[in-house]
Design a protein around this ligand. Structure first.
Ligand SMILES: *[C@@H]1O[C@H](CO)[C@@H](O)[C@H](O)[C@H]1NC(C)=O
Ligand SMILES: *[C@@H]1O[C@H](CO)[C@@H](O)[C@H](O)[C@H]1NC(C)=O
Ligand SMILES: *[C@@H]1O[C@H](CO)[C@@H](O)[C@H](O)[C@H]1NC(C)=O
Ligand SMILES: *[C@@H]1O[C@H](CO)[C@@H](O)[C@H](O)[C@H]1NC(C)=O
Ligand SMILES: *[C@@H]1O[C@H](CO)[C@@H](O)[C@H](O)[C@H]1NC(C)=O
Ligand SMILES: *[C@@H]1O[C@H](CO)[C@@H](O)[C@H](O)[C@H]1NC(C)=O
Ligand SMILES: *[C@@H]1O[C@H](CO)[C@@H](O)[C@H](O)[C@H]1NC(C)=O
Ligand SMILES: *[C@@H]1O[C@H](CO)[C@@H](O)[C@H](O)[C@H]1NC(C)=O
Length: 579
């Protein structure tokens, strides 16, 4: 956040589509579009997400997505995710009737949709199949025989019909079938469950392995000092982090990294298989810099993804800035996803998020005053003030609420485009808005809240923190990365908000895969509770199979998981056998 550079605030009218909105676009006097100094009056920042209005009649919402963000020729075959849901927001008109039996006047219910999937440019038929009406997540396989691997995507369309052919539905998507790799890395997103999968030197470019990212934004002076030393980086890696985002130096001429020096550190990261989230926060609005930096680093075996904008919504960068960078990166390097972090709770989400495949949130709620700006001495509300955590309440749950917000915005955009959400967790403090550094218990609690609310990766601002936090966040991250936990986190989506009795502030989620269910528990209370705690499970379970983290005294009876008492901020992760 900058200091006062100029004033008074410039109120600028921005043309977005057909609607003109006014917001305060000067970051020296406002953040997330809200003035933060007592000398400037409150103003509606605009840019609030417009939830579509449901209509009375049901629609059939047909969508097609590739299962993975990219396929490689060596995969041999791929699959689509076809959804055909009854919606009152998106889709095409639907009548629950099909006159497919000759002579039968009343017709049959329309319960199955037939469809064909075509490659647009060649008109070739890829798949012919059917799915139940009002079903999601149908996986439809296809072969690569009709495709020539290339770096440009193929446009794909689905044409669905009722059995009598009278009602029809269309949707489209694009898929990448890329030339196989024998160097560098390829990283794909699972559009069904949000996990990341990699192939690189570690597995000799054979197949894919899942990675649950857990790592910090790292202070360059510590992990990659200019007087070359691997001590900081090795310590970091020994704490079990598997990703890193080394924060670039905006003061350098190319607002990037010293190339020779980063190259040396990156050699070590390649040896460790420590994945880099390559940060272009100061350079992503300059297309020359994007091209130069991609050319330098795109062949690294531990390149995980490109990271463009850091809080573009807070800084109020041009609304098209993230998408322009995204389109360029897609052209230059389709093998890696693009990510960014949003700081505001509800400010031009669709514009900024259109420029990334993965959206991070960075609500920092620990030791703030959510209603009174400590540095600026103003109230904070929906139109005014900066309290260090936009529209927050100042509880750890701000993290999970923000993930829910982002997921709900994304789900209410047309076209069903999946975007995994990640958390950036607060591990700093003792500065302006944030009076103290979070304890390790607070950090682990925010980690569990994140995973409970479908974060598919975790990062931290900023490493190094306290020794306790550095060690604890690495250790719990290692639990999330373990095979038993990954099977659930990457094998389905969480059932959030399980009902809990016995203590008010407990967040619990369930993941069901096969004949087991994983349960994540985060107590939001800072004090110990001794009462009986009961979590209502979404389905009955027979026994506790394994405690992956935390207390082992949980017992299960039918659909109730119980335990006597919870410690302040307790975190538990366990696997149950279903009955
Ligand atoms: C269509 O009608 C059948 C028969 O009444 C019913 O079972 C089915 O749930 C209906 N489907 C929808 C999407 O309304
Ligand atoms: C469609 O499926 C959803 C989710 O399973 C369900 O809540 C809804 O009632 C179904 N709608 C109809 C019309 O069957
Ligand atoms: C090297 O850099 C580190 C970290 O910035 C610093 O603590 C140390 O004093 C430096 N050593 C030399 C010899 O300059
Ligand atoms: C973009 O970056 C290039 C290369 O660093 C630099 O020469 C150029 O001046 C930059 N353009 C702007 C508008 O900053
Ligand atoms: C990366 O690989 C591509 C394709 O083989 C090659 O053209 C390019 O020169 C490589 N870049 C670097 C920096 O090695
Ligand atoms: C992006 O937006 C900026 C500022 O609103 C505008 O000046 C520029 O022309 C736009 N660029 C493109 C390529 O649309
Ligand atoms: C926030 O600041 C206001 C004004 O100084 C004060 O009344 C309130 O108690 C503070 N709240 C917290 C949670 O510190
Ligand atoms: C926010 O606080 C400012 C300053 O007290 C006030 O002028 C404004 O009306 C408030 N906005 C809302 C939405 O309450």
């Amino acid at each position: 956040m900058g200091f006062l550079k100029s004033w008074p605030a410039a109120l600028v009218g921005l043309l977005i589509g057909t609607e003109t909105v006014a917001f305060n676009s000067d970051p020296s006097v406002s953040w997330c579009g809200k003035p933060y100094m007592s000398s400037v009056a409150a103003v509606d920042p605009g840019g609030q997400f417009q939830f579509p209005t449901p209509q009375a009649n049901p629609l059939l919402y047909v969508t097609v997505q590739p299962r993975y963000s990219i396929f490689l020729e060596s995969d041999g075959s791929g699959s689509f995710i076809v959804d055909a849901t009854i919606s009152h927001i998106f889709g095409q008109s639907f009548k629950n009737v099909s006159y497919d039996t000759p002579g039968q006047e009343k017709g049959n219910p329309f319960t199955t949709m037939d469809f064909e999937i075509f490659i647009e440019e060649s008109g070739q038929l890829l798949v012919s199949n059917s799915v139940p009406v009002n079903s999601t997540g149908n996986l439809i396989g296809f072969s690569f025989s009709s495709f020539k691997p290339r770096t440009q995507p193929y446009a794909i369309s689905v044409y669905g019909t009722s059995p009598d052919g009278q009602q029809s539905y269309t949707a489209s998507t694009q898929i990448y079938i890329l030339p196989s790799r024998s160097y560098g890395s390829a990283v794909k997103i699972d559009n069904l469950y949000g996990g990341l999968y990699v192939q690189n030197a570690l597995n000799s470019w054979k197949g894919w392995y899942g990675i649950f990212p857990n790592g910090g934004y790292a202070d360059g002076g510590y992990v990659s000092p200019s007087n070359f030393s691997l001590t900081g980086l090795d310590t970091y890696a020994s704490q079990d982090f598997n990703t890193i985002n080394i924060v670039p130096d905006g003061g350098l001429p190319d607002q990037s990294y010293p190339t020779a020096s980063l190259s040396q550190y990156w050699d070590r990261m390649d040896e460790l298989n420590l994945f880099n989230i390559y940060d272009m926060r100061f350079a992503f609005m300059n297309s020359t810099r994007i091209s130069e930096q991609v050319a330098l680093w795109q062949n690294r075996t531990t390149l995980l993804m490109w990271y463009t904008a850091d809080e573009p919504d807070g800084w109020m960068y041009a609304l098209n800035s993230t998408k322009l960078a995204y389109d360029q990166l897609r052209e230059l390097d389709p093998y890696h996803p693009v990510s960014l972090v949003l700081n505001c709770q509800n400010f031009f989400y669709s514009n900024y998020a259109s420029g990334a495949d993965i959206i991070f949130e960075d609500a920092y709620p620990v030791a703030i005053n959510a209603t009174w700006s400590i540095p600026w001495g103003t109230p904070c509300n929906l139109t005014y003030g900066d309290c260090g955590c936009d529209n927050c309440v100042g509880e750890l749950e701000d993290v999970s609420t923000r993930l829910d917000d982002i997921q709900s915005y994304q789900a209410n955009l047309p076209g069903r485009v999946s975007k995994p959400t990640w958390s950036v967790l607060q591990i700093f403090g003792e500065q302006d808005y944030w009076k103290s550094i979070p304890s390790v218990a607070e950090v682990e609690n925010m980690m569990m809240l994140s995973v409970n609310h479908n974060a598919k990766g975790i990062t931290y601002w900023i490493y190094p923190s306290t020794d306790a936090v550095n060690v604890g966040s690495g250790q719990l991250g290692k639990v999330f990365q373990s095979a038993p936990s990954m099977a659930f986190i990457f094998g389905t989506n969480a059932i959030k908000g399980l009902p809990v009795q016995g203590e008010p502030l407990v967040d619990a989620s369930a993941w069901i895969v096969g004949n087991q269910m994983m349960i994540g528990v985060a107590s939001g209370e800072y004090i110990d509770f001794s009462s009986q705690i009961t979590i209502m499970l979404p389905t009955s379970a027979a026994s506790v199979a394994e405690v992956l983290y935390g207390d082992s005294s949980w017992t299960v009876t039918g659909n109730k998981l119980t335990k006597s008492g919870l410690m302040g901020l307790e975190v538990d992760l366990l696997v149950l056998n279903l009955s």
